[in-house]
Design a protein. Structure first.
Length: 202
């Protein structure tokens, strides 16, 4: 049985004090450099929390994944997904959110912590219209903290430089068939998915 670190004092003693850069990089608004990175990101991960626990959801777009409304406000459109609305359900009950922005090829990642609300205001939705479609809602995020993240995790993982063997991984259809002991038609799901995804992208 391992021994546990169970107090903030013991944790701080174990890790020591962070370096100068780790402290000064945190700002309550987006600086020009921070805006440049966040405004270029096509992908982010949205973390939320609710009574049932935490949730983490990938978000992506063909252009910037968020719109920078001002130095303290981000707009994140909720495009077509699996309709579980886990993130939105959490935000309605607990406004605390975090985002992690990734740019393919860059080892610089950006983190944003703040509070969010969900709107279906038609005027706001129309700002994101694409192919005659609008998102069903927009998550409006008030930035409380923003900072760059240490690059070591991406460097260690070789995320942008190593070729991963994805062909050997189980497909989503395989996963669904396994969960249902073969009752779900996983092979049919996989075969139909590319066309359905293209048809329902927006």
């Amino acid at each position: 049985m391992p021994s546990w670190i169970e107090s903030l004092e013991d944790l701080q003693l174990h890790y020591g004090q962070p370096g100068e850069a780790s402290g000064i990089k945190v700002t309550p608004f987006m600086t020009a450099a921070y805006r440049a990175h966040i405004g270029s990101a096509r992908f982010c991960v949205l973390a939320t929390i609710g009574p049932e626990g935490t949730d983490c959801s990938p978000r992506g777009d063909e252009g910037p994944v968020v719109t920078i409304h001002d130095d303290r406000t981000l707009w994140l459109p909720d495009w077509k997904g699996n309709d579980r609305i886990d993130s939105l359900r959490n935000i309605v009950r607990d406004e605390r959110v975090s985002l992690l922005f990734l740019i393919a090829g860059s080892n610089v990642t950006m983190r944003v912590n703040g509070r969010a609300k969900v709107t279906a205001d038609p005027e706001i939705l129309r700002r994101f219209e694409r192919q005659a479609k609008t998102p069903r809602s927009v998550i409006v995020i008030h930035v409380e903290q923003v900072y760059s993240q240490c690059a070591r995790a991406l460097i260690r993982s070789g995320l942008w430089t190593e070729r991963h063997d994805i062909a050997s991984l189980p497909s989503v259809g395989d996963m669904l068939a396994e969960i249902t002991s073969g009752e779900f038609d996983g092979e049919g799901y996989d075969a139909e998915w590319p066309e359905r995804a293209a048809r329902t992208m927006w």
